[in-house]
Structures are given as C-alpha cells and as structure tokens.
Ligand binder design. Sequence first.
Ligand code: S3P
Length: 212
Amino acid sequence: MGKCTANPINRPTENTKLSLGHLNLHPPAKWRALFYNHFSMRIFITGFMGAGKSYLGKLLAERLGFTFIDLDKLVETSLALPISDIFQELGEPAFRQIEAERLRSLANRTEIVVATGGGTPCYLENMAWMNENGITIHLDASVSLLAQRLTSGKKQRPLIANLGDEELVDYIGTKLAERSVFYKKSHLQFTVLEAGTNGVEVLAAYLRRFLT
Ligand code: S3P
C-alpha cells in the first residue's frame, strides 16, 4: 500500500527535515512538544477518498496498540444516518459542521489512530487543529490509482456517486489539486503504491520510536 525505506535516523530536532524514501517529514517548529505531548497520543490520517486511510489506519492502530477511529462513522453515529443521507437531507455545509465538531470531540481521547474524511482537512480550520492536537500523516495517491479504486466505491460517496467514469477522473484531478494544498500541511507524507503493505511496517516502526 505504500513504500518507504528504513534508513536509520536520529531523533529529530526542531530544525531537521527528514526523509525516509517515500516517507517525508517536515517537522513543525514545536516538533519536540508535538512528539512528547501529542504525537504519542493521536495520529490523524489525511488524504483523498480512496487513498486507503481506513485501511492504513486500522493496520497502524493494530501495530501500535492504539484504538482505530473512523471519523465518517462518528458523524454517522451521531446522527444515526449514513453520510449519503446527511448530504441529501441536511446538505454539505451541515455535514462539514458536524464533521468538525466530531473531530474536536477527539481532544479527550488518547492513543488513537483516526481516518479522516477526504474533505476534513479542507474545512473549518480542521487541518490546523489536527496539526496542533496530534501527528498528521498524508496518504498521497495518484489520480489514476484513486480513479481505479473509486470506480467501485462511488455509491456510498455522495460527491462522486453520480459521475461517469471520465467525469470521475476529471473530478479527482481537479479536486485533488485544490485539496493537496491542505493535505501537504500534514507532518508526514506517505506515498501510496498499488501493492504491498511493507510501507505500513516501516511507518509503524518509525512511529513506535517516539512512543516511549
Ligand atoms: C468526502 C469524503 C468521504 C466522506 C464524505 C465527503 C470528501 O470520506 O467524508 O463523503 O469530501 O472527500 P472518505 O474519504 O473516507 O471516502
């Protein structure tokens, strides 16, 4: 699902930029504070629909002994409605409001890996909030890989449910370009490849270094 190489690295300092092959770190100014106060507690996975956020999130949570949380599921549970009905009955702005509220409700949870929705980082200062309250990992996938995956998963995703195959590719291209500005603010960039789960192991091993 992703690839990075496990170069031995030292604990980062505030000014270090680290690169692990496909895993790139851009430490924020308060790097140490993040690692010691937040990083060990909350991990937020960002990225476009179909990037594999839930898949990676579950594996990572398992490896780290953390609880996995799907933000879309939290929203659905809070209203007892599926996402598609929330969009249809209440509209996208209401969905974004509830999504932001549910996200912030995680402030009192610890040791969690959260799969966010594809739009989560792009609304209501959510990206800044996640960066302040945990470590963020962007799952970066190509348009063609996303299109391939989303073709079969359109129905439960209201933003793409009615698009034909070509429209879907155009939509992904346009939206991904807009949204990447937000996704790239994540602390870690993790490139998704078509096959293999080795990257997850490397990522988990890397993160585990900071948990003790
Ligand atoms: C959305 C992505 C979905 C869900 C909603 C809106 C988006 O989550 O939050 O349909 O704006 O990209 P996934 O990324 O888990 O599909």
